[in-house]
Design a protein around this ligand. Structure first.
Ligand SMILES: [Zn+2]
Length: 282
């Protein structure tokens, strides 16, 4: 494992050397170099106190790539949230130990991504046509994995319910959220603000675009603007290049935006929402 990690950091160093310095949003219009350095420093210093919080969320695990992701995040001491699909573990016992390692890692928290991930029902549209079945799928996953929290990410949809906060109300999956509302079921749903796609695992320019997007989200006029939830999928980190890109991404975020990395249970309103639901529903 140690040799593996040195390889990752080594390739990261190569990328870091090859990649030109990524310009921050504030820096993009700079016309002079040395004269504005002190101003730039002041801007960056100000950003340190802005309270930016980033939530790294990994979906669809456990997977064969998960241990390498876990090792990288552990080496960097970064908190992350994992949305687990229970049915992934029916195919191989090796995922049992992967899951246990995640569950026992103090940097990580495990959340619900449904047991089936809509696989058994085919297309997402027909899956969400039966919100009561989706709820059973959520409950099944919760008991199968022994989850303690009531935080779910619905498969293939960016739908949110945290207290009175809602997003994705036009999605098919919103029927599930309405069901939990009508039955006062103690459940929060969280989607994402930005997504790491396949391109970012292969080409650094997509990573740089995502770094810039995170910065833009923190100044965009929107609710909880300083809180950015980033969606990853475990299966997108099957190469050392992808892992090196992830290391670069995290370290660039740290250098540019000075964020706190948090679990989704610490997203604004989440803990109050679940407490209120528990009092009402149980
Ligand atoms: Zn998924």
């Amino acid at each position: 494992m140690r040799i593996w990690f040195l390889l990752i950091l080594g390739s990261f160093f190569v990328f870091a050397c090859q990649t030109p310095e990524i310009k921050s949003i504030k820096d993009s219009d700079s016309k002079t170099e040395e004269d504005t350095n002190s101003t730039k420093d002041a801007i960056i210093e100000n950003r340190i106190d802005t309270g930016i919080t980033i939530y790294l969320t990994f979906d669809d695990g456990p997977y064969s790539t998960t241990p390498a992701i876990d090792s990288l995040l552990s080496a960097l001491s970064i908190k992350a949230s994992f949305f687990i699909v229970g049915s992934q573990m029916q195919w191989s016992k090796k995922y049992d130990s992967t899951f246990l390692a995640e569950k026992n890692n103090p940097l990580f928290k495990i959340y619900n991504h449904t047991y089936s991930h809509a696989i058994t029902n085919g297309k997402l549209h027909s899956y969400y046509a039966h919100p009561d079945s989706v709820w059973l799928d959520i409950e099944h996953n919760k008991s199968f994995l022994g989850l303690t929290s009531n935080i779910t990410r619905l498969p293939g949809t960016n739908s949110w319910k945290i207290g009175d906060y809602r997003r994705g109300t036009k999605e098919d999956a919103y029927q599930v959220i309405k069901l939990t509302d009508s039955l006062m079921l103690p459940q929060s749903f969280i989607g994402w603000d930005a997504e790491w796609r396949m391109g970012a695992s292969k080409q650094m320019r997509y990573v740089d675009t995502l770094i810039k997007k995170v910065g833009e989200l923190t100044i965009k006029n929107r609710q909880h603007q300083k809180h950015v939830v980033i969606l990853f999928h475990d299966f997108l980190f099957h190469s050392n290049t992808a892992l090196a890109h992830l290391a670069h991404f995290i370290q660039a975020l740290q250098n540019k935006y000075h964020p706190t990395f948090e679990w989704v249970e610490n997203y604004p309103g989440m803990s109050q929402s679940l407490t209120a639901s528990n009092e009402a529903g149980n």
